[in-house]
Write a protein that binds this ligand. Structure first.
Ligand SMILES: Cc1ncc(COP(=O)(O)O)c(C=O)c1O
Length: 453
């Protein structure tokens, strides 16, 4: 019988997260204070995050021990299985071996709990009583709701309105785990009220929801903000995925030629890829590829610039690929990829030529998702459909070049709460939306006056 999956025992779970900052050949640019334009000091972030997390955000230590209470929660579903996708391989009929990490096995259905659990834990340790956050598709919001419940914290989630309406089950999950879920833009915050006054029908965006969640946190006593992607510490927590994958592939004597992930804010791509980027920095031959939507082509069409992480300019100026902080992406179903910016770590790695990026439209991604479901069984999240489209693309190239390739990718989540999206696709209601270049030019006016990296 051919081996289909590689599993690690509880004892084999990695005990540390990996921090790429320790190994970067060229250091990343610092985030800037929006008022002074000077590099941000850790204290500037104190109203937003607890100091123990801020220390990790700026740390250059290579390894961070995973605290025992976090490991205990991780063990509910980790180590996640590594599969070989033999049925999908057969369908593609190309000279490729495809391995994937199944992050859909977590209680919330995606990779997001990997970062939610440590954030809830460190906030609790610091004496915080409630977390406030935003969510796109609802994956992050539900993950944080669960994590807060596990550590006895309150949780308030601002959910992008279009997803709140498209995905009622995610908000029910959040409520089941004890969180409050509010459609954004809302009338709960200054930032939300401003948007509604100008655009009463706004579908919302992650940029707007972040503004609401940050405002809610900094104006409430004993509350802090929590972000599901983008920041250094979030990507570091997600490296558990790549560290497990390395152990699993080592067990069967395999090393990948290409490592892939979809990219919204960059956390699942960073999670699977950063341990391999380290290998690449130290001379291994491996390619890293991120897949993003052509309706929100941050890495493939956005410049590397200083920009705000949110619409209301409440965050520091981050050095990242961006489409401009006031860009509101089309309401495609992959809500988790509708973000104007990208993790500074991923942006830096793209700039340094260590990571490549490609964009796919939603017809390509749902086509890939349905092909996957009909071969491998598991129905992928619409976000995950992007990496599947990229895997198909990579297989096609391998066939054309007549080269054998081993592909490793991150299957970031299941789509069982996104079936309305599949219904739209299967009923012919979706179109292959691409962001027009004029719209990119318009949106980028928002960063005109910012300091240049
Ligand atoms: C299943 C899934 N994959 C990918 C993403 C994109 O986020 P990131 O780029 O941070 O991994 C999301 C975001 O919500 C998601 O839910």
């Amino acid at each position: 019988m051919e081996q289909v999956k590689v599993v690690l025992s509880d004892e084999e779970i990695p005990r540390q997260w990996y921090n790429i900052q320790a190994d970067l050949p060229k250091p990343m640019l610092p985030p800037l204070h929006p008022g002074t334009g000077k590099p941000l000091a850790p204290e500037d972030l104190a109203p937003v995050f607890p100091m123990n997390i801020i220390e990790q955000e700026v740390s250059r230590e290579r390894w961070l021990d995973i605290p025992e209470p976090v490991l205990e929660k991780y063990l509910l579903w980790r180590p996640s299985p590594l599969y070989r996708a033999r049925n999908f391989e057969k369908l593609l009929n190309a000279p490729v071996k495809i391995y994937y990490k199944n992050e859909g096995v977590s209680p919330a259905g995606s990779h997001k709990p990997n970062a939610a659990i440590p954030q809830a834990y460190y906030n609790k340790e610091f004496g915080i009583k409630r977390l406030s956050t935003e969510t796109g598709a609802g994956q992050w919001g539900s993950a944080l709701a669960m994590a807060c419940q596990m550590f006895g914290l309150g949780c308030r989630v601002f959910m992008v309105r279009v997803s709140y309406e498209q995905k009622p089950y995610r908000r029910i999950m959040m409520r089941t785990w004890g969180a409050e879920c509010i459609p954004s833009p809302s009338d709960r915050t200054e930032a939300g009220r401003r948007v509604v006054a100008e655009h009463p029908d706004s579908p919302g965006s992650l940029g707007i929801a972040i503004s609401e969640a940050v405002e809610d946190a900094v104006t409430s006593k004993d509350a802090r903000y929590s972000l599901g992607s983008v920041l250094n510490h979030v990507l570091m927590y997600q490296t558990i995925i790549g560290l497990e994958a390395q152990k699993q592939l080592e067990k069967i004597g395999v090393y990948p030629d290409v490592v892939m992930g979809c990219a919204g804010g960059g956390s699942n791509l960073g999670g699977i890829a950063l341990p391999y980027v380290r290998d690449k920095i130290f001379g291994k031959k491996v390619r890293i590829v991120g897949a993003e939507p052509s309706s929100c082509p941050t890495l493939t069409k956005g410049p590397f610039a200083y920009d705000f992480g949110d619409l209301a300019k409440m965050t520091p100026l981050l050095p990242m690929h961006t489409l401009g902080h006031d860009y509101v992406p089309a309401p495609i179903h992959a809500g988790g990829l509708r973000y104007h910016g990208m993790a500074p770590i991923i942006s830096h790695l793209v700039k340094e030529g260590l990571v490549e990026a490609r964009a796919y439209n939603q017809m390509e991604t749902f086509d890939a998702g349905v092909k996957w479901a009909r071969t491998e069984g598991f129905i992928p999240a619409p976000e995950t459909g992007h990496v599947l489209a990229a895997v198909m693309d990579e297989a096609k190239r391998a066939k054309e070049e007549g080269k054998e390739k081993v592909i490793l990718f991150n299957w970031s989540g299941h789509g069982l709460v996104d079936l309305a999206a599949y219904d739209d696709y299967l009923s012919g209601k979706l179109a292959p939306y691409e962001l027009p270049d004029e719209e990119i030019k318009r949106a980028l006016k928002a960063i005109d006056g910012h300091p240049k990296p």
